[in-house]
Design a binder for this molecule. Sequence first.
Ligand SMILES: [Zn+2]
Length: 330
Amino acid sequence: MANLSRRALAFGLPLGLVGGSALQILTTGHSAAEAPAAGPAPSPVAARVTPLAQIRVGRFTVTALTDGYADMPYTFFPGRTAAQVEQAAVSQFVARPSGVRFVFNQYLIEDGARRILLDTGPAGSIGQTGALPQALAATGLRRDQIDAVIVTHMHEDHMGGLVVGGQNNYPNAELYIDQRDVKHWTDPAKRAGAPDYLQNSFRMASEVVKLYPRLQAIDGEREVAPGVSIIDLTGHTPGHIGVRVADAGQSLIMVSDMLFPVVHPHATDVGFLFEQDRAAAKAMRDRFFPLAASEGALIAATHMPFPGLGRVVLDRGQMRWQVADWALQS
Ligand SMILES: [Zn+2]
């Protein structure tokens, strides 16, 4: 993150001046023939409308897709009591009996030459999920047309869609994951000592490594394609990374699990149960939130309400999330 800071400054940002533009909503209806028959409540896969949002960042088109959602119990936020988190949710008009709703957003980055997918969602392993294939289809793409997948970290809600039925689900894609996460999540000793709720991620990680011979373990901040750069956001997991897309004076930073709905960015001392190193995650937020606010950086965050696009703003001494305009802006 010190690196993010240096990098952002090195780019000479005024990130505040360089947010994406030309936003457009796309929604896709499905024909009556595809409508589900009467039966159990429809899952997102059977939803009648697939949410998509598309923004332009210089020559890039970035499309927000979503695999679905899950509600996280109010007890999952160390640093606050369940009652405090619930009260915060009530005050934001998003309280649900089942907890804080986490959306699982993915981002498709296209520049006419390459199609890069950022994260693949839980794919049914958590909550009401598994809608990413339908969302990709709604953009007119097949999985075998994806040239690269960047996985921001090896939690199941970010890599679940890489493997379906024991098969590589993106057969023509290079796969980029930070080497610190690859090392951590394939370490039998770490797996043996991990709590139950992380076992699925360990299991998936070993499958991914086996099924993706084109895995490129990322060692530090670098460009993976022209204008598409990895940034180090270690803390949430050892190799937690973000992706910065920049062109023609515009940029978008996809920050994965740097911030969670309801609790962030108002405070940095509240975390999430699944975080590997809570002190490191807090330290990263302490540095990232003010930097993002001072630069006015346009951010995409995996778990914020769809499409997860917004900015951290400083408002009378308080950090808050400002949703970015994402429709009819061109
Ligand atoms: Zn996550």
